[in-house]
Structures are given as structure tokens and as C-alpha cells.
Ligand binder design. Sequence first.
Ligand code: ADE
Length: 246
Amino acid sequence: MIVDVITIFPEMFSGPMSTSIVGSARERGLLELRLHDLRDHTSDRHRTTDDYPYGGGPGMVMKPEPLVDAIRAVRDLEPDEAPVAVLTPSGRTFDQEFARSLGSLDRLILVCGRYEGIDERVFAHADMTISIGDYVLTGGELPAMVVIDAVARLLPGVLGDEASSEDESFSEGLLEYPQYTRPAIYDGISVPDVLLSGNHAAIAAYRREEAIRKTARVRPDLIESARLTDDERRLACDARKEIDRD
Ligand code: ADE
């Protein structure tokens, strides 16, 4: 997959995007990350990318010309169409399903906003907007890296064990079950016996129950839309009641 990023801070990407799984995906050619400096698409001596907002108000607004010029230039790097996504707190909320849909693309162009906002006319040149959550960061660079990280680990061959991106939090609409490794007793707390039993069916049943309990306690909103049997829904209800009693 090729990901093009348009930003005024390409240097922000060097550490996180060269380390660990994303770094190795790039080294192995599974992910190609191309960083484009927005200032290369300015035409004035100061390489200006922002200006005062019409109508007044605090902060600066990103000018449309450099952004649209950059989007056009980056689009034209390849013959095939590539969707353009603008990172903005007013975008569509990013989640695992959104990550999966982006992961199926051959190419994606990410546009990082800065300052107080982006001139509205830029959005006519975008196919989608992405917000990584209901909070405001200083720019779209960290959100772009979050999106790249989440998408990269879903690309075929990126994770050693193909199953590990399947069998995890959110895949089933539930949080992940608790995990344990050695030692079997740590700090006086034992690993649940069932995990040492070698009984795969019992282990799977235990993990599913724990995932439901944990989701009901921590993210009851996810329980609503999770696919659960009647018994499982009762289990979720009981886990929720336990919290209300505490
Ligand atoms: N830019 C600033 N905050 C953001 C957010 N939460 N998501 C995406 N882009 C942003």
C-alpha cells in the first residue's frame, strides 16, 4: 500500500514511522510512506500556508491554494485514482472498521491540518475526513500516524502471526479478553487454571466470557451493537449490575 502524507512537518513522522512494526513494514516494502512538504506548494518568499480568518476570531486558517495544489500534485504522482482524506477533529470518527476499509486500498492520501482550521473550500477536493477522537490536537500529524499505524498492521504479511490482527479487541465488537504469560503466579495472583488446562474449547469459552464481562464493565456502549446470544447478553447485564452495586 502507498500512503502519501501532505504536511508542514514531515520531520514529525521520522521516529514513529521508522520504528517497530510500521518501520519493518516499510523496510519490507509492504507499506510505502511518502511525505510531501506543503511549503513546497507555496508561491511567496515566506512559504506561507496560513492566513487570518474572514469574519475575525482567534487563530489562523490554512490557505486553500497550497493545499489544493499539493493534493493535485500528489494525486498525479500515480495514474490510478487515490482517495484523499483530511485529518480534522470535525471528521468521521476513526475506528477499527474504518481502519479495515482503508487497509483494503492500494493507495491513500492523507492531508494534515494545522492552526485553527482549514479553508472550507479545500474539502471539495477530499473524499473523506477523519477524526481520531473527540479532542483537539495541535495538528493532523499525530492523527495521520495513528491512522497509518492502525492500517499498516492490517496489511497482509505485516504481522508475523496472521491471526493476531483478527483475534483482538474490536474484531468481534468486544474488547480483548485478559492475557497472561509466565510466571504462573505473580504478586500472589495466579493465572486462571483453565488457561493451563490445555482444553482449547474451555479456553475459548473462558476468553469469550471474559471479553464480554470486560466490555460490559468498561465500554457498555459496545455491548449494544455486539453480536451476543441471549445467555451472553444476560452475562453482560450481570457484569454491569456488579459495577452499579460497587
Ligand atoms: N486535528 C486536530 N485534532 C484532531 C483529531 N482529533 N483528529 C484528527 N485530526 C485532528
